[in-house]
Design a protein around this ligand. Sequence first.
Ligand code: NOJ
Length: 452
Amino acid sequence: MEQLDDAVLHRSRFGTDFLWGVSTAAFQIEGAHDTDDKGLSIWDVFTTQKGAIKGGHHAQMATNFYHGYKDDIALIGELNIPNFRFSLSWSRIMPQGQGEVSQKGIDYYNNLIDHLLESGIEPWVTLYHWDLPYALEKQGGWTNRESIKWFADYAEVCARHFGDRVKNWMVVNEPSVFTGAGYFLGIHAPGRRGIKNYLKAVHHVTLATSEGARRVRAILPDANLGTTFSCTLVEPASDKEKDVAAAKRVDTLLNRAFIEPILGLGYPEKDLPVIKKMTGYIQPGDEERAAFDFDFIGIQCYTREVVKSSRLTPYVGASLVKASKRQVVTTEMGWEVYPPSIYQLIKKFDAYPQIKKLIITENGAAFPDTVIFDEVRDGRRTKYIKDHLQQVLKAKEEGANIHGYFVWSLTDNFEWAEGYHARFGLIHVDFETQKRTIKQSGRWFAQFLKDA
Ligand code: NOJ
């Protein structure tokens, strides 16, 4: 059975141009939180707040990628992974978020990029993966309209310094998650709450995405330029009209509200009336400003949500039926394992004529792995990846415009509010010793990629 699955899933079926990669983010791996000139980011500060992170964990060391990147790049090579996605830490490059550029920050990323290229691995750079410079948060962060300019200036600095070697760029990572968790629920940095903070942040991040992209494009006309969105299959808990309507609102919030203005379609306020409250923050010309013609859209998919109507939940009138209440298989994050969701989402995004190319820029799973005699038997992760790839292949063979798949993540790392409890890596990290152990899933992926 196992062999049959592998035969069906052979890499060659995805075609020779299909991109294979692995994804990471600066704050989750780098550590070196105050090394050289680095300024504080909102996550450096948030992680010091009591009760903010499970187990009181912080990321001052994380996986020590800042110092040990050469060893980790050697492991990427050992796993036969041709593309590496990582993010740039804004406050390492511009310690105050604007103005002065740190030469040491630039040198670090130059060395990293050069080393990747020397190792035959293609860099895929995300400009913003959630670690806003704290100096900017003190001025309102993303709730301040100036943030559009701050971000665009930073994007320009990055394009100028690294664009001669980096061909693949992603502007922002999962805007729905960092605005929702960071500015509405307060469970991620900067820990703010409330609808006003949230809607302002949403609008400014949307405009910053397109403005940042325009700056990169102006300097690097030939760059492969994209941005990434989190997406989740949303299904109603029953076929009752009110649950179906609730699912539509949640789908609009999770899957449409962030991408549609970028595609030039404006905000989907008809299907999510709370967006109308944003009117006060919208200026004439913003709808046009929000649009940008990206070369590719990165979609990041992990699970599905089942939704029911709930009058008590403000703004969306819907609540999630937790996976734990549905007797389904879940990961360590409590997320349902539901591979068909990635197929459905590829189809859903493929249906937008404005999208030129889709790439899965993240997919993966957290399980409580342990090292026994130098081995990590994470069969559940291997199965998760295989089953998702099977669904990606199905969509591709039906003609969907899907061009790549990046696993989240290279190594276990700092999983935001979950601290080090959720292990997503193809490579296990012992956070006491920083020892790496390639998991069986990593070995499986390496073999899969080798069988060209
Ligand atoms: C999405 C985020 O981009 C990444 O930072 C996070 O670790 C993974 N999903 C898993 O939750």
